[in-house]
Design a protein around this ligand. Structure first.
Ligand code: GRF
Length: 206
């Protein structure tokens, strides 16, 4: 069992980061958020971090719009390392992270995706699930590998798709489960009672 030193990357509202902060503050997760980085200057995730006294910063990722590469990637790794981060959490970070960052934190980069992977990788996955006619949707927390939303799965949670759902109502129901799934996955990592066997994350004990 070891305390996690987290670096959180986000682009938006930061509700997933908030669920991690809440789990740390109520003692259900042995972790500390060392730094929060956002690629959007006025992202709410930065306001939330400030409110909790967590070091946070805007990371200018130009000229790229959808990936973290080049000088911004180097700066990101440098900031994470100098902050003492051992585990990187992608909490609504709308960019593809590249092999250099993954190599700096081997098997220690986690992502949350609002779908039951491998169904509906990519963006607006809840809308894709609704339009496909799925009766069940959900959320996945997984290790990040070189692909998109493709690494070994740590936790999944399902939610029903209701007859009168809109993309917004379905996303809201998925988010309730996201906020349980991320702390749960981080707890598994913190307890260290798991092993990665190919695509499978085998959890030895909870
Ligand atoms: C979540 O739905 C997450 O699954 C997706 O982006 C959204 C981020 O929400 N990758 P928040 O910024 O954590 O509130």
């Amino acid at each position: 069992m070891s305390k996690l030193h987290l670096g959180v990357l986000g682009s938006g509202a930061g509700s997933n980061m908030q669920s991690i902060v809440d789990a740390v503050e109520n003692g259900s997760l042995d972790a500390e958020i060392k730094i929060v980085l956002a690629d959007v200057e006025d992202a709410k995730i930065l306001d939330r971090a400030r409110r909790h006294g967590i070091k946070c910063m805007y990371l200018d990722c130009a000229p790229w719009k959808t990936k973290l590469e080049g000088p911004a990637e180097d700066r990101c790794i440098e900031l994470l390392k100098e902050s003492g981060v051992d585990t990187v959490v992608l909490a609504g970070f709308m960019r593809i992270v590249k092999p250099k960052l993954l190599a700096a934190f081997p098997n220690r980069v986690l992502n949350i995706h609002p779908a039951l992977l491998p169904a509906f990788p990519g963006v607006h996955s809840w809308t894709q699930a609704l339009e496909y006619g799925c009766k069940v949707a959900g959320v996945t927390v997984h290790f990040v590998d070189a692909g998109t939303d493709s690494g070994p799965i740590i936790v999944q949670k399902a939610v029903p798709v209701l007859e009168d759902d809109t993309p917004e109502s379905l996303h809201a129901r998925i988010q309730v489960q996201e906020h349980l799934a991320f702390p749960e996955a981080l707890n598994i990592i913190s307890l260290g009672k798991y092993r990665i066997e190919g695509r499978r994350v085998v959890i030895e004990e909870r």
